[in-house]
Design a protein around this ligand. Structure first.
Ligand code: PEP
Ligand code: MN
Length: 278
């Protein structure tokens, strides 16, 4: 049987013989266990009204963790940059109201202390995957880290970045496949579903898939979410907006509430078919 090889210099992010799958406990939600974990919410926190509305919608549909960006990595400086600390406060309020843990992105080492004081998971975005000072800093944080794959990163480079965090002592690292740049332009990115079984074979770290950024196209989110679970992912992260046409970022890939409810029903059936709990 052929074996997938990565450099032997990666020590902590690869699975050693007999090493168990890492299980990361987010306020009682285990990522890396039998159960499929669903992270859902808007691309950006836009207002208290918007976030609280969508938080109740995703919670009622069965989501486990609420997402929402307060510090946004935008392609242009003229685009909505996020509400900053005000957004973090709104996320914390949504957690208080719904009981759902929250995840949000941190973009700079000097913001980690602030973001960590609000969030349950620190998200490192694709554009910052190789921001080594940021990786080192979240490696000393008390909260779990979700490391998104850089859009031009190999799997080995991605694991090297996980190694930076683990090497600082933070062992709670979740990987997130979110698509890579290829010659294909009909989608925003090319979602690398094969990364899921590859990570499962070579690493003990949990992996979730983000089919929203992975495709950039609303109608592709449902099939690619299902493909991710079928391939063995521990969870998915999807963007949901109460009114996608009014979204301040990523409206084209955000699910309408009804679409998210349908997806959750289908994922429930699929998870059982592939031997997972939902
Ligand atoms: C996000 O999830 O909010 C995001 C910006 O995604 P990515 O870093 O994968 O582009
Ligand atoms: Mn987005």
């Amino acid at each position: 049987m052929s074996k997938l090889m990565v450099t032997q210099k990666i020590k902590l992010a690869v699975k050693h013989n007999g090493q168990e799958q890492a299980k990361i406990n987010i306020r009682g939600n285990i990522i890396g266990g039998e159960r499929i974990i669903v992270i859902a919410g808007p691309c950006s926190v836009e207002s208290e009204e918007q976030l609280i509305e969508v938080a109740h919608i995703v919670k009622a549909a069965g989501a486990h963790i609420l997402r929402g960006g307060a510090f946004k990595p935008r392609t242009l400086p003229y685009s909505f940059q996020g509400l900053g600390e005000e957004g973090l406060k709104i996320l914390a309020k949504a957690r208080d109201e719904t009981g759902m843990p929250i995840i949000t992105e941190v973009m700079a080492p000097e913001d980690v202390e602030l973001v960590e004081s609000y969030t349950d998971i620190l998200q490192i975005g694709a554009r910052n995957m190789q921001n080594f000072p940021l990786l080192r800093r979240v490696g000393t944080a008390e909260k779990p880290v979700m490391l998104k794959r850089g859009m031009s990163a190999t799997i080995e480079e991605w694991l090297g970045c996980a190694e930076y965090i683990l090497n600082e002592g933070n062992l709670d690292v979740i990987l997130c496949e979110r698509g890579i740049r290829t010659y294909e332009t009909i989608t925003r990115n090319t979602l690398d579903i094969s990364a899921v079984p590859i990570i499962k074979q070579i690493s003990h770290l949990p992996i979730v898939v983000d089919p929203s950024h992975g495709t950039g196209v609303r109608s592709l989110v449902n099939p690619m979410a299902k493909a991710s679970i079928a391939a063995g992912a521990d969870g998915i992260m999807v963007e949901v907006h109460p009114h996608p046409e009014k979204a301040l970022s990523d409206g084209d890939q955000s699910l309408h509430p009804i679409e998210f409810q349908c997806l959750m029903k289908e994922l429930n059936q699929l998870s059982q078919a592939v031997g997972r709990k939902f």
